[in-house]
Design a protein around this ligand. Structure first.
Ligand SMILES: *Cc1c(COP(=O)(O)O)cnc(C)c1O
Length: 388
């Protein structure tokens, strides 16, 4: 066992930055007010809420009243999809998504199917990219929503969101994107890309777990999924989680300020890792697209061995890696994302995800590849499938 701990699982979650903790702390203690109260405590909370909303809006390129705070990325996805589906029930009952979405989108769609909606799951090419032509062909008079993720959480593939949104709009259909992996990594400006709804989650960009946001373009009306008081203009009731809202706005601001430097740093590490792995380890291949991918994502399949075994051996060396999305790694089913890109079951089982963070260094990247070489060779020597 190594005493070193190297975290490279940032697509699962990220640490909360000290600056973010510091910004949050007063809202647990002296500034604990409820923004709905009329007294000074309430007014302080009200002002912090206004400020956080303005910060989020400015960064995402929209107006403050288009920002709705939620409890997480999963809630934002559920709300956008179900809220649109029930609102537009009289217009049609067809939803289009992709076959590589996060379970927050896929399982919302599956549930709506069980309730009578029709859902088309668009295929992807071998890089995990949705074809705009496929989307255009799938739209019918019954289609009320297209929901396609901005960047994939397993293979890091970035979709042509602007082009996809335009196709939906050309047919009078609303467009939602799960931008949970994109936020903080890509310079998202909602008006430029032209989406109607966009989900993000704080814990993927160094804010705490349990806070999210849904952008809903002005003029788009969707149903509530929960009912209660007047918070979030009556559309998402529940007393505001002030410390977390302040934390998410602070973290997003830092992410935007540091985006260019971080992208450059991570891209260098990512490319170095991909180049070294493919050059120095036999019988392996990179999943996802070489350029159209998140700067922090490496996903690689090693033939003849199990990803889960690699993870355990790498854990013993101090590395925190993943065999896919955290949400599916508890099951033994191979990744639906890798299968959708055309991998065989055994190839999908031999895959691992490395998702880098702002603190990772080139020395750690080299130590990662050196360790992987050793672990993969050791596992292959024990594998009955490998007799090269
Ligand atoms: C993490 C993640 C989610 C879920 O966000 P939570 O805040 O954890 O609920 C949704 N979509 C994608 C692409 C994610 O990576």
């Amino acid at each position: 066992m190594s005493n070193r701990r190297i975290y490279m699982d940032n697509a699962a979650t990220t640490p909360v930055r000290p600056e973010v903790v510091e910004a949050m702390l007063p809202f647990f203690t002296e500034n604990f007010g409820n923004s709905s109260s009329v007294h000074a405590f309430g007014r302080n909370a009200q002002q912090a809420l206004i400020d956080a909303r303005a910060t989020m809006a400015e960064l995402l390129g929209c107006t403050p009243n288009e920002i709705y705070f939620t409890s997480c990325g999963t809630e934002s996805d559920n709300w956008a999809i179900r809220g649109t589906a029930t609102r537009l029930r009289n217009k049609g009952n067809h939803i289009i998504t992709s076959s590589i979405e996060h379970p927050a989108v896929l399982n919302t769609c599956k549930q709506l199917e069980a309730e009578g909606w029709k859902v088309t799951y668009l295929p992807v090419d071998k890089y995990g990219i949705v074809s705009p032509e496929d989307l255009e062909k799938a739209i019918t008079d019954e289609t009320v929503l297209v929901t396609i993720m901005w960047a994939n959480n397993e293979i890091g593939t970035v979709q042509p969101i602007q082009e996809l949104a335009k196709i939906a709009h050309d047919h009078g259909v609303l467009f939602h994107t799960d931008a949970v992996q994109a936020a903080g990594a890509i310079n998202i400006k909602v008006k430029e890309v032209g989406v109607d709804m966009l989900s993000i989650s704080g814990h993927k960009f160094n804010a705490p777990k349990g806070i999210g946001c849904l952008y809903i373009r002005k003029g788009v009306r969707i149903d509530n999924i929960i009912y209660g008081g007047h918070q979030e203009r009556g559309h998402r009731p529940g007393t505001e989680n002030m410390p977390y809202i302040v934390g998410m706005a602070t973290a997003l601001k830092l992410a935007y300020e540091e985006m260019d430097a971080k992208t450059e740093h991570l891209t260098k590490l990512r490319n170095h890792i991909m180049d070294r792995i493919t050059a120095e380890i036999p019988y392996c291949f990179i999943n996802g697209h070489r350029e159209q991918r998140l700067p922090n994502n490496v996903n690689v399949s090693f033939e003849y061995i199990e990803g889960e075994s690699i993870l355990l051996f790498m854990d013993a060396k101090g590395f925190a890696l993943s065999s896919g999305s955290a949400c599916t790694s508890a099951s033994l089913d191979p990744s639906h994302v890798l299968l959708a890109t055309g991998l065989l079951h055994e190839q999908a089982h031999g895959s691992i995800r490395i998702s880098l963070g702002r603190d990772n260094t080139m020395e750690e990247a080299d130590y990662l590849v050196d360790s992987l070489k050793e672990v993969v060779a050791k596992l292959r020597a024990m594998s009955p499938l490998f007799n090269k």
